[in-house]
Design a protein around this ligand. Structure first.
Ligand code: FES
Length: 151
């Protein structure tokens, strides 16, 4: 049994092996692998007796799921109006160049994913950057890379 299969088996063992477990199993796979690997989805489809096409539509419908690998550290730069005015573009440029990836991409060592988001509701702290769901406000360009690398 491959390592991947063993990890999936552990997830499946926690749930009834039928279509009612689909979303829970997908959530657990996303948590375990940080994305939804196609081979794992295919094995899950068989185990849960759900067509692979249905798994793909659920995987693309929910924003929490990703079919491509994601980094250990997810960095989100808010580009809502307040953050834009306070220099979010510069923050993003600085991060893209320091991490050598563009917004929406994951670094090849799977350490970082950079995303652009709309207003996260903390405009008074603009510009806002999130590192693994932790908010950082009034972020200056020189601090952005340090925060990102700290994780
Ligand atoms: S615009 Fe960035 S938090 Fe509102």
């Amino acid at each position: 049994m491959s390592k991947r299969t063993a990890r999936l088996e552990t997830i499946l063992d926690r749930n009834p092996r039928d279509p009612s477990s689909l979303i829970t199993v997908l959530q657990d796979i996303q948590k375990e692998f940080r994305y939804l690997p196609v081979e794992v989805l295919s094995d899950a489809a068989q185990a849960l007796n759900v067509p692979l096409s249905k798994i793909f539509s659920a995987s693309t419908f929910y924003k929490a799921f990703s079919l491509t690998p994601r980094g250990e550290t997810i960095i989100r730069i808010c580009k809502g109006t307040a953050c834009h005015i306070k220099g979010a573009d510069l923050l993003l440029e600085q991060l893209e160049s320091a991490l050598n990836i563009r917004a929406g991409e994951t670094s090849s060592d799977l350490k970082f994913t950079v995303e652009v988001v709309n207003c996260v509701g903390a405009c008074a702290m603009a510009p806002v950057m999130m590192v693994n769901n932790k908010y950082h406000g009034h972020v200056r360009v020189d601090r952005a890379v340090r925060l990102a690398k700290k994780g």
